[in-house]
Ligand binder design. Structure first.
Ligand SMILES: NC(=O)c1ccc[n+]([C@@H]2O[C@H](COP(=O)([O-])OP(=O)(O)OC[C@H]3O[C@@H](n4cnc5c(N)ncnc54)[C@H](O)[C@@H]3O)[C@@H](O)[C@H]2O)c1
Length: 357
């Protein structure tokens, strides 16, 4: 666990999320939610969004029990200390858990998401996705709760170019023994468990496959590409581009992602899986560095380097979602353009990063 409890400031973004949810949020009136991974990057946004909904939208507050074992979290968010409707329980979900009472929704956002950390903790990565998912599904089964599982776009592995943009129906091209397998295969089994509990035990489940979400609140030592770049910029050092830098991704700003996640929570059809991410622009890592230059209106030096030992080298060549299903069923549509999102992210990192990487 790291000790950096960076202040988590994105009030305008939280307001934007709440505004874009509109009246759908009213379904949360009086609901009780279990949030696993509540101290992570996405978990903290859920907490802030629920707290804001309680302040501004809901007559009956939503109450949340957040769980986390803090293995990669940047501390316990301050949000808990001043909010009577949010409770924190330190717990490793690979052990059976029952914080008491029934939950309307269980959100499973616990995981070891950054390649740097899952390379360091491969067994914990598998365990949280398999044993952790099963424990939470058991709780959902007992309490007749709706279950939302955070899988990943990584379950698609290195997709055949004919399947990019990648729809939910694509089965993936994944190694079961490569350096990313603990994460990719763990998420795949987690999805299988959700599917079984839905069909055999009638648990209403939704699976979310997020595609490269970024924004304020990502800890500096997250070691995914955008925090890495932002830390190097802050420290006045050249960016480090691993490998050829030709691998492509689309990046989804946190407000677009949270609106999508909450729409799945509130409106997702039982048993369905949704890609949540941005469809454009699909940019190489080199082009991402150029976009940062445009946003900052100055040149940024970069070096092409070998993948460090701490980072799995078998990166997927392309990652771009087909979001037609979420668009048709949930009216999900990202709105934040890449340069706008990068500007908001860099504005935040300039205030919170030290330039240590
Ligand atoms: N952020 C993204 O771009 C992205 C993309 C694809 C998938 N996801 C998935 O979404 C979920 C949330 O992502 P994030 O970016 O917030 O990750 P994160 O690493 O910031 O947060 C995950 C949290 O889960 C906690 N955790 C890990 N193992 C645990 C365990 N056994 N018991 C209890 N808590 C545990 C960690 O301490 C951490 O606070 C993860 O499952 C991740 O794999 C995220």
């Amino acid at each position: 666990m790291t000790n950096e409890n960076q202040s988590f400031v994105a009030p305008d973004d939280i307001a934007e999320i709440v505004r874009r949810l509109g009246t759908a949020a009213k379904q949360l009136e009086g609901k009780r939610i279990l949030l696993a991974g509540g101290c992570g990057f996405l978990g903290r946004y859920f907490l802030k969004a629920f707290a804001r909904l309680n302040d501004e939208v809901l007559g009956q507050p939503v109450t949340v029990v957040a769980m986390d074992n803090l293995i990669t979290a940047a501390g316990v968010p301050e949000t808990f200390s001043d909010n009577p409707h949010l409770e924190f329980v330190e717990h490793n979900i690979i052990e059976p858990c029952n914080p008491g009472g029934r939950f309307d929704h269980i959100i499973h956002a616990a995981g070891i998401a950054s390649p740097f950390y899952y390379r360091a903790h491969p067994l914990e990565t598998l365990d949280v996705a398999i044993a952790g998912t099963r424990n939470l599904l058991d709780l959902a089964r007992e309490g007749h709760s709706h279950f939302v599982y955070f899988s990943s776009s990584e379950i698609y592995g290195d997709p055949d170019p004919a399947h990019v943009p990648t729809p939910e129906s694509y089965c993936g091209n994944v190694s079961c023994v490569g350096p990313r397998a603990c994460y990719d295969e763990g998420k795949r089994v987690g999805e299988t468990l959700c599917h079984i509990y839905h069909h055999v035990h009638g648990v209403p489940v939704n699976v979310i496959r997020p595609f490269n979400i970024y924004g304020p609140g990502m800890k500096e030592r997250d070691f995914r590409v955008l925090p890495n770049f932002a830390s190097r910029i802050q420290g006045g050092k050249p960016l480090q581009i691993y490998g050829t830098g030709k691998q492509t991704r689309t990046y989804c700003y946190i407000t677009d992602a949270m609106v999508g996640f909450l729409k799945v929570l509130l409106l997702g059809a039982p048993g369905e899986t949704y890609n949540i991410g941005n469809t454009h622009p699909e940019v190489s890592v080199q082009e991402l560095a150029k976009a940062m230059e445009t946003v900052l209106a100055r040149a940024i030096a970069s070096d092409q380097v070998e993948h460090p030992d701490s980072y799995p080298a078998d990166e997927p060549q392309r990652r771009c979602p087909n979001i037609r299903k979420a668009n048709l069923q949930l009216e999900y549509q990202p709105e934040v353009e890449l340069e706008d999102g990068l500007g908001r992210f860099l504005n935040w990192t300039q205030q919170h990063y030290t330039g240590e990487l």
